[in-house]
Design a protein around this ligand. Structure first.
Ligand code: NAP
Length: 292
């Protein structure tokens, strides 16, 4: 059965319910169905959420079918965050500025695109590690898609400066040029990383260095951080990377990537339902799944 038929069947099976889904390629490992179905249950929303494996060639017909079948909302993941923008009706200015949509809301037949990755990260950082980012010095290691989203959201918090250090320096420079902000934003060389970390209030790893199975690797030495500085990692497998473990050992505050995942989903839930997301239950169910 192809993915359009799967969607049509799924709609038949759950007629009367609001339908939500995540699309991506690959999608098998996604914890979004687990998390969002729990959120609907905990909030007594009569809705169901599923994952669909949609290849780039299937994206356009899938979006058309989703529109016809009245799918109420979607999460969009790699590799569709950019191309889905051509297939919806309206794009929130922040998602437009970022050039990526990860959440679609069906508003009375009109498909509206948002990006909740960066704001999800910042909400998690503020709730779990540091309440106020204003006037703080930030170092971001890495300059990929995730870095782009979180830097965009961080700049709105008015830190004193943001330094981007990336293996490929040109990509850090491209990011610096692409943002318009009154906050000083710099691209720096790898050999400046230690000095920048020693001065920073928040150091964020947005690279995949340290991710399972390479759990002994770290992009930053924990001892480089000031006592009380925040060490933040977007990785959540493992839940506490080598970088975070080392930083904690030297008096840093560890902030893992699970919160970003939870809160990007929480914002999507809130856009779809207008209700506050049950983040405690969402975190619990994902944490249990990751630990089992
Ligand atoms: P991406 O666009 O492919 O970017 C990867 C970045 O990591 C690039 O800056 C790349 O540097 C750098 N990098 C990769 N391998 C490296 C190495 N061995 N040494 C130094 N730098 C290296 O990926 P992404 O989408 O931004 O994702 C990055 C990380 O964030 C992943 O670990 C992902 O799991 C995590 N993430 C987490 C969440 C969440 O919800 N918590 C959401 C999104 C992403 P070059 O430019 O030099 O190649």
């Amino acid at each position: 059965m192809d993915v359009i038929q799967q969607l049509t069947e799924w709609k038949k099976q759950h007629s009367g319910k609001e339908l939500y889904c995540v699309i991506g390629d690959p999608i098998k490992q996604s914890k979004s169905p687990l998390m969002l179905n729990e959120a609907f249950k905990a909030s007594s929303v009569d809705a169901i959420y599923a994952a669909f494996h949609v290849t780039p060639e299937q994206l356009s017909p899938f979006m058309e079918a989703a529109r016809e079948l009245g799918v109420a909302g979607m999460n969009v993941t790699i590799p569709h965050k950019l191309h889905v923008m051509d297939l919806i009706d309206e794009i929130h200015p922040d998602a437009r500025a970022l050039g990526a949509v990860n959440t679609v809301v069906n508003c009375k037949g009109k498909l509206i695109g948002y990006n909740t990755d960066g704001i999800g990260y910042v909400r998690s950082l503020k709730e779990e590690a540091i309440a106020n980012i204003k006037d703080k010095q930030v170092v971001v290691v890495g300059a990929g898609g995730a870095a782009r989203g979180i830097i965009y959201a961080l700049l709105k918090e008015k830190p004193s400066a943001v330094h981007i250090v990336n293996r490929t320096r040109e990509k850090a420079e491209e990011l610096v040029i692409s943002f318009e902000s009154s906050v000083p934003l710099y691209a720096a060389d790898q050999d400046q990383l230690q000095k920048l970390c020693e001065q920073a209030d928040i150091v964020i790893n947005t690279t995949s260095v340290g991710m399972f199975p390479h759990i002994d690797e770290t992009p930053v030495q924990g001892e480089w951080l000031k006592i009380g500085a925040v060490a933040s990692d977007l990785i959540y497998n493992p839940l506490k990377t080598r970088f975070l473990q080392d930083a904690e050992q030297y008096g840093g505050i560890a902030h893992g990537g699970l919160g970003m995942f939870i809160y990007q989903g929480a914002f999507a839930f809130e856009y779809w339902t207008g209700k506050q997301a049950p983040t405690k239950q969402m975190r619990e169910i994902v944490l249990n799944a990751l630990q089992s």
